[in-house]
Design a protein around this ligand. Structure first.
Ligand code: CU
Length: 255
């Protein structure tokens, strides 16, 4: 055996969501090491085969792996929250080199999120950030995420109707995205039980397998070039329109 084969494989560091803070309370996300525990701990975070802190490649953007990460299995508990709740996703680490967009999507489970078929989840994008300024490589929201102790905070949409939902939080790293199939998607799904008295039912969501194409300008993108803009991939962000009291609000507009 040569010395080289004794060296650990060097994997460029990426990350995963170890925890979620909702209205100030901490909940376990998902750590791939937990799959070796017996029984596997019950978590609101969906399980996935991301022990290597790995990612989903553009060649997999049309497959089930993009929905909630590789070989995902439903989370089996819920995080309680309500419209307007602050939700913070805590990444174990995030390399500053891994610049790119950050997304938050939400889908109703129409029943129990612990047993829902992932392919039936229709996601609505409700929050996103991407390029901020500069180029080669410029400043991105992932730089803010790193500065905030590898965390990202979003808000549960106001007036969202009570029920069981999956929130799909995701970073797409672009550091190798100038090559075909070089972008890296890091999705994490988490079950939420939304309480309160909201009246807005979600409609118009899409399955995650239709979000991105390998050739989208925001997926195959040269971070190390002079650029003056960035085309954010995926569906448009849907915003709640403020309705009159007692009237259903509707989703409108793009951002
Ligand atoms: Cu990496």
């Amino acid at each position: 055996m040569s010395l080289v084969t004794l060296l650990p494989t060097l994997i460029s560091a990426h990350g995963h969501v170890t925890g979620i803070v909702a209205d100030g309370t901490w909940y376990t996300g998902w750590n791939a090491e937990m799959k070796y525990q017996n029984p596997i701990p019950a978590t609101a975070g969906w399980q996935a085969d991301n022990l290597d802190n790995g990612f989903v490649t553009p060649s997999d953007f049309g497959s089930a792996n993009i929905i909630c990460h590789k070989s995902a299995k439903n989370g089996n508990t819920y995080i309680p929250a309500k419209p307007g709740s602050k939700i913070t996703f805590l990444w174990n680490t995030w390399p500053v080199s891994h610049k790119g967009p950050v997304f938050d999507y939400i889908a109703p489970c129409n029943g129990d999120c612990a047993t829902v078929s992932p392919s039936s989840l229709k996601f609505t994008k409700f929050n996103q950030g991407a390029w901020i300024s500069g180029s080669d490589p410029g400043t991105w929201v992932t730089d803010d995420l790193v500065k905030n102790n590898n965390s990202w905070t979003t808000t549960i949409p106001s007036n969202l109707a009570p029920g069981n939902y999956v929130i799909r939080h995701e970073i797409i790293a672009l550091h190798a995205a100038s090559q075909a199939n070089g972008a890296q998607a890091y999705p994490q799904c988490v079950n939420f039980k939304i309480e309160g008295s909201g009246t807005q039912q979600l409609s118009g969501g899409v399955t995650a397998t239709s979000f991105y194409k390998a050739t989208d300008p925001g997926i195959q993108f040269n971070l190390y070039s002079k650029f003056t803009g960035y085309t954010i991939p995926g569906p448009a962000v849907q915003k709640l329109k403020r309705g009159e009291r007692g009237h259903a609000r509707e989703w409108i507009g793009e951002e």
